[in-house]
Design a binder for this molecule. Structure first.
Ligand code: PLP
Length: 381
């Protein structure tokens, strides 16, 4: 009926817009509930289909700096599905070693199910050379998944040009709604579905489609990609002002992740080495949570970047993989810039930071949040 056809038209128009933004064919877009589901579908789906075709293929090559959506999925496959996870080394900037990938594939390509490396890291902003990594894996016939949740909408991401087999993207990272995303799946790629049901989305992802969410995701993608060159240049400039300001105000602070040689200077066909909207530092002698709390009091919202398990702050797995000690990793703070960020916001941070850092250092490493709360609010405990 007419209403059903109109809904379908909205979905198909959105699929076309997203395909144009991601550099793929519309039929390669598989809508999901977000980046987490897209990563699960890609990693489990590729693993099961490759292992079913040849039971020797149980190795998964994975970077140790992946988001938990990939990290926990490969660990689940290791625990429940007989996978062997090979952790690829990264350098101090968080760049995955291509030599290690080559050595691993040269020795074990026949028993490798897939390789998964994220396009850009959500904590330290490091951008990988995904086309080069993919070309390498394909030399050995191994499919590649990339988590492009952070890269899509911020970098010139093109599925076809990168050559990857599957690519995860998410709505809420580009100004769209939470709860919608997509896995881009190359037409020749075989994936075993995770969800079973009505056979929607080429039978790869069953379930009634979220038409309004999909329409909003497509609108955000259109806007983000149309404005990408200008907006990323604007953000890069703000980010570099922020980085220079933090290094001037707090000489002890250490920038983590890759440093762009010069603002806008790129050596890999227009692909920068760091996300335009990411600045990440470690601040020696303080707990990241304390700094976060004190900055929040001053109206600056930042992130420690690391997961908190049952209220206990744990050092970031990303920073540990980059070679930092647990103590160094605990003073981490990520500043993210987006389309609403202005130079006044950067000034607010730079004004608030020295005082917040001094107080955070006094609170020390051990009794972080409770002592800060006492100090910040005038309450005594
Ligand atoms: N991958 C990366 C790199 C992310 O930053 C995120 C979100 O924080 C995800 C995956 C998960 O995406 P979603 O929140 O849409 O499930």
């Amino acid at each position: 009926h007419g209403s059903g056809r109109r809904a379908r038209m909205v979905v198909e128009d959105s699929r076309e817009a997203l395909a144009a933004a991601a550099g793929c064919h519309p039929s390669e877009i598989i809508f999901t509930s977000g980046g987490t589901e897209a990563d699960n579908l890609a990693v489990k789906g590729l693993y099961w289909s490759r292992r079913d075709a040849d039971p020797r293929r149980t190795r998964i090559l994975c970077s140790p700096i992946e988001h938990h959506a990939v990290l926990d999925t490969v660990q689940w496959l290791e625990k429940h599905e007989g996978a062997t996870v090979v952790w690829l080394p990264v350098d101090h900037e968080g760049v995955v070693s291509e030599e290690a990938i080559r050595a691993e594939l040269a020795a074990h390509a026949d028993s490798t199910a897939l390789l998964t490396v994220m396009w850009a890291n959500n904590e330290v902003g490091t951008v990988q050379d995904i086309p080069a990594i993919t070309a390498l894996a394909h030399e050995y016939g191994v499919p590649v998944h990339t988590d492009a949740v952070q890269a899509f909408g911020s970098l010139p991401v093109n599925f076809r040009a990168a050559g990857v087999d599957t690519m995860a993207i998410s709505g809420h990272k580009i100004g769209g709604p939470v709860g919608v995303g997509a896995l881009v799946v190359g037409r020749a790629v075989k994936l075993t579905p995770v969800m079973h049901g009505g056979g929607q989305e080429r039978d790869i992802r069953s379930g009634t489609l979220d038409t309004p969410g999909i329409a909003a995701f497509a609108a955000a993608a259109r806007e983000a990609t149309e404005n990408l060159p200008a907006e990323s240049a604007r953000l890069r400039q703000l980010r570099d002002t922020l980085i220079a300001g933090v290094e001037r105000e707090i000489p002890d602070a250490v920038l983590r992740g890759a440093r762009e040689e010069q603002s806008g200077d790129t050596d890999r066909q227009g692909m920068p080495r760091r996300l335009p909207g990411n600045a990440h530092f470690t601040f020696p002698g303080c707990e990241g949570d304390s700094l976060l709390f004190l900055l929040d009091l001053a109206g600056v919202e930042s992130s420690t970047g690391s997961a908190c398990t049952a209220g206990v702050p744990r050092p970031s797995h990303v920073l540990l993989a980059m070679g930092l000690s647990e103590t160094e990793a605990r003073g981490a703070q990520r500043f993210s810039l987006g389309h609403t960020t202005t130079s006044a916001d950067v000034d607010t941070l730079l004004n608030a930071l020295p005082g917040a850092y001094e107080r955070a250092k006094k609170a020390g490493m051990a009794s972080h949040v409770s002592s800060i709360q006492t100090a910040g609010t005038g309450f005594t405990s």
